[in-house]
Design a protein around this ligand. Structure first.
Ligand code: R5P
Length: 329
């Protein structure tokens, strides 16, 4: 994959796209990821001034002309979710008014994704509302990574590309010298995600059964599958409070798991989540940089893998009208 990526990057300098010049623009949610994508593509980040008025309102000034260009805006809508969403809307609006040729919102973490359906009467479907706002603000297409629910893609009436980080996890796990591997889905909803990793590693699957007595509280009721004496890798999309995986790690240990590792795409890690993970006797918590982690919170047991090469490769393929799904074959 890396070899192909280098070829693609070399190609970007020379090729003409039907969409004009490739421009990259980063919001304030994850500057390090934007920088890495920029370095990977050898395309500089467009100079963009994001400012706050005294009352907290956001203003943006894009310093270069965007007229007729193929613009990719990198902004995971991680906490503070509402701030980052509003900033994204305002950047998209500025680009549309600046006559950008085409605008792709690159959203490696999609805030409000966990509210993608009604579970009780008189509840919103916030993930759909957010999708409406993103396109209304000016996104012509979307580049997304490991959505909590695949159905969210269908909330958009513009083209979307939904990337999966599972090969990145599988490649890393292969280097860890694990034995008798079992891939664990924390709940039924995580089955497809766990299956994708298990297929790559040719490992069996086990399932957790979780319920939430209160919002943001998790209780693991049972684990079914072969975990005794085995190295177990829990595949998860989001770690928010760390409740789900710490409880699941405890259940797996009680059932005799040899090692417990976590592979989770989006390290949202609210409040004391990092302390909870440290206390949970997890051998390794492998996450991606879709969401930034403050430097003081990094360190064992957390390992961060970068999704920048994957996003860069997808961006260049979208820009050149080439297949993105080929990346996953
Ligand atoms: C929700 O169902 C997600 O897939 C994750 O399980 C959830 O975000 C984890 O949240 P927490 O870390 O707060 O248990």
């Amino acid at each position: 994959m890396i070899g192909r990526m280098q070829t693609a990057v070399e190609y970007v300098a020379e090729s003409a796209s039907p969409w004009g010049e490739l421009k990259l623009l980063g919001g304030s949610a994850n500057p390090a990821l934007s920088e890495k994508i920029s370095a990977q593509l050898r395309v500089p980040l467009t100079d963009t001034r994001l400012r706050r008025f005294a009352d907290g309102e956001i203003n943006v000034k894009i310093e270069d002309s965007m007229r007729g260009h193929d613009v990719f805006v990198i902004q995971p809508t991680c906490p503070p979710v509402n701030e980052h969403l509003m900033e994204l809307f305002i950047i998209l609006d500025a680009l549309r008014r600046a006559s950008a040729g085409r605008v792709t919102a690159v959203i490696p973490y999609y805030g409000y994704a966990r509210k993608e359906r009604k579970t009780q009467p008189r509840e919103p479907i916030s993930a759909k509302l957010v999708a409406n706002f993103i396109t209304l603000a000016g996104a012509d297409r979307l580049l997304l990574l490991d959505l909590h629910a695949e159905a969210i893609e269908g909330f958009f009436d513009v083209p979307t590309d939904h990337l999966s980080p599972f090969r990145i996890f599988a490649d890393h796990l292969r280097t860890l010298n694990l034995h008798n591997l079992t891939v664990v889905a924390p709940d039924a909803g995580g089955g497809r995600r766990a299956e994708a990793v298990a297929n790559q590693l040719q490992a069996p699957i086990a399932f957790g059964y979780k319920r939430r007595p209160e919002e943001d509280q998790a209780e693991v009721i049972a684990v079914s599958g072969d975990v005794k004496g085995r190295d177990c890798v829990v595949v998860e999309d989001i770690i928010t409070t760390g409740g789900t995986i710490s409880k699941l790690a405890q259940s797996l240990r009680l059932q005799g798991a040899h090692k417990v590792l976590i592979a989770a795409t989006h390290p949202v890690l609210t409040g004391d989540a990092v302390d909870r993970l440290k206390k949970a006797q997890i051998d390794d918590v492998i996450v991606t940089d879709s969401v930034p982690i403050a430097p003081e919170r990094l360190g064992p047991p957390i390992t961060v893998l970068s999704v920048a090469p994957l996003l860069a490769e997808a961006i260049i393929r979208v820009h050149e009208n080439r297949s993105v799904s080929e990346l996953f074959r």
